[in-house]
Design a protein around this ligand. Structure first.
Ligand code: G4P
Length: 292
């Protein structure tokens, strides 16, 4: 698990982060916001729009290998209707990462055209990565910059220490991502972040979290979930989630002394399997059902 997951956000820390990101944003022409394709609402920073202001932006729906393909497509259409370019990517396999430079080029076209009209031949554009912890920012940078090991030298006007990678002709990326905080004030957001493992289990009660996940799964009824736990004969609508957790524990032989079911172990197993997409490619948040 990423070290970033252990970040604790305090007001002072948030102010400092905001200032640092604002300083980095001054150096770039566009921002790429990485989100988790399974939770496109909860994996966004609540203040990002304010921070980025009118800078062109690309949304990278990462971990699309674990999200429902139809849902991801619906989200991309949803963003397109808002005039925002989004790309589904998967940093595990590298899927679609080759489309990133063109997507950035498209959102920066107006700017590059303007500069070209002023006589600049091939203006170089710069971009930075932003996102909350655990969405895959480091994986993305390693993958994209990894193929372009030769770093661009520091130049005057660039904060010392910043490294830029040439990721395509006339496009450079800042090597360090802007790490932002998620929302704290919404219980549902907290739960969804915990489902995916973006926040640590110890801050939430594992059994309660598993029950909340089962509340969701028994409504959605993903085929892999049903077959994996042999729930074909179970009336999911009529079975309370805690009973379902017990059934799952029993089916997996998770017993403690006295023949009782070890629901704690069952909860951990359920969450692990969900996080590894073994219960199916599941998107938890759909467009339209956006949280307030
Ligand atoms: P961050 O910088 O935004 O905090 O995220 P990071 O790249 O550290 O990624 C967090 C976790 O998500 C890592 O797993 C990483 O491998 C995984 N990940 C990133 N992108 C993808 C993706 O597109 N698909 C899938 N399936 N997983 C992705 P980890 O368990 O924390 O570490 P490890 O398994 O890589 O050792």
């Amino acid at each position: 698990m990423s070290d970033m997951q252990t970040i604790q956000w305090f007001p002072g820390h948030m102010t400092k982060t905001k200032r640092q990101i604002q300083a980095s944003l001054k150096l770039v022409d566009a921002a790429a916001e990485i989100i988790d394709a399974r939770i496109p609402v909860s994996s966004r920073n609540p203040e990002l729009n304010k921070l980025i202001q009118n800078k062109p932006r690309v949304i990278l729906m990462n971990k699309c290998d674990m999200a429902n393909q139809t849902a991801t497509k619906m989200w991309i259409d949803h963003y397109a209707r808002q005039g925002v370019t989004a790309l589904a990517v998967d940093c595990k396999s590298g899927r679609n990462l080759n489309k990133f430079p063109a997507a950035v080029g498209a959102v920066l076209k107006e700017k590059t055209d303007r500069l070209k009209a002023k006589g600049m031949k091939n203006p170089t554009m710069r971009i930075m990565i932003v996102g909350i912890p655990n969405v895959g920012k480091s994986s993305f940078i390693n993958r994209v910059a990894g193929q372009n090991r030769a770093k661009v030298e520091d130049r005057p006007g660039v904060t010392r220490g910043n490294q830029w990678f040439t990721i395509s002709k006339n496009l450079e990326m800042l090597d360090t991502p802007g790490v932002l905080w998620p929302r704290f004030d919404d219980q549902i957001v907290g739960e969804h972040l915990a489902f995916t493992g973006a926040v640590k289990d110890r801050v939430v009660d594992t059994e309660l979290l598993a029950v909340r996940l089962l509340d969701f799964l028994r409504r959605l009824k993903p085929a892999e979930f049903i077959s994996r736990f042999k729930l074909e004969e179970t009336d999911l609508d009529a079975t309370p989630s805690y009973d379902l957790l017990q059934m799952i524990g029993k089916k997996r032989g998770m017993l403690i002394a006295g023949g009782e079911i070890d629901t704690e172990r069952a909860a951990i197993m359920l969450l692990d399997e969900f996080r590894a997409a073994k219960l199916g490619r599941i998107t938890v948040e759909m467009p339209g059902g956006e949280l307030k």
